[in-house]
Design a protein around this ligand. Structure first.
Ligand code: MG
Ligand code: ZN
Length: 230
């Protein structure tokens, strides 16, 4: 049977269809996008605060910040220099889905935006199953967690393109070993790109910023005045 028919026969779930529409719209506009995932307390918001302070003027970063109950993180991100920050309070749901992201995007003027960051709800389990239309998932882990996290949550590390190890200023104060977390992660997904940094001391952040700049500049910017249609 021709492959095309097989593909046509494949039924996409509602979430995947919405995600595909988001992805196509972002691509058309030349906007790079990441879906930032981690356990609670690994430092997603801290990494975004640093990134916004340094890069927002350059990249006009749109941030969609998911949280279960409060919009505290969104307010922190605005205080750090974020100019396009949209909270999504899920009211109990432990992940974001594509419909929530599509709705949030409708409220954003995307014309100046070069980079979209979706801060997912702190959870390494179900966010791995929800495509939000992003270019890639970035999984964050901190040195205050177990270095066996990739082994415990393999689906997330398999689906991620990038792993950021945060809080490297605290290395040595626990049993966490950098070499072991990298080995564990690469055993699950040998293609993972890895960053090691500390949002507190600033170590390693310049390499992260360079990568974000490169990511945001990888596609030609095409302007459109049409609203995103989902
Ligand atoms: Mg947060
Ligand atoms: Zn969930």
């Amino acid at each position: 049977m021709p492959e095309r028919i097989e593909i046509e026969k494949k039924v996409l779930s509602e979430n995947d269809r919405t995600a595909a529409t988001i992805r196509a719209n972002l691509k058309k506009r030349g906007i790079a996008s990441i879906n930032l995932v981690s356990s609670p307390g690994s430092g997603k918001t801290s990494l975004l605060e640093r990134s916004l302070t340094t890069l927002n003027k350059e990249l006009s970063i749109a941030v969609i910040a998911g949280d279960v109950q409060t919009d505290n993180d969104a307010r922190r991100l605005e205080a750090a220099g974020g100019t396009i920050v949209r909270p999504i309070v899920t009211g109990g749901a432990c992940h974001l889905d594509a419909r929530m992201v599509a709705k949030s995007l409708e409220s954003i003027d995307l014309d100046p935006v070069k980079l979209l960051v979706i801060e997912n709800v702190g959870n390494l389990v179900c966010p791995s199953s929800y495509d939000l239309g992003e270019d890639m998932k970035v999984v964050l882990i901190s040195t205050t967690e177990g270095d066996d996290k990739p082994l415990k949550y393999p689906a997330m590390f398999r689906k991620a393109s990038v792993m950021v190890v945060n809080k490297i200023d605290l290395l040595g104060s626990s049993d966490f070993m950098l070499s072991r977390v990298k080995e564990n992660a690469l055993n699950i997904n040998g293609a993972l790109k890895i960053f090691e940094l500390s949002c507190r001391s600033g170590e390693g952040l310049n390499t992260w910023y360079s990568w974000l700049r490169e990511l945001a500049g990888t596609r030609p910017q095409t302007k459109s005045t049409k609203p995103i249609l989902i």
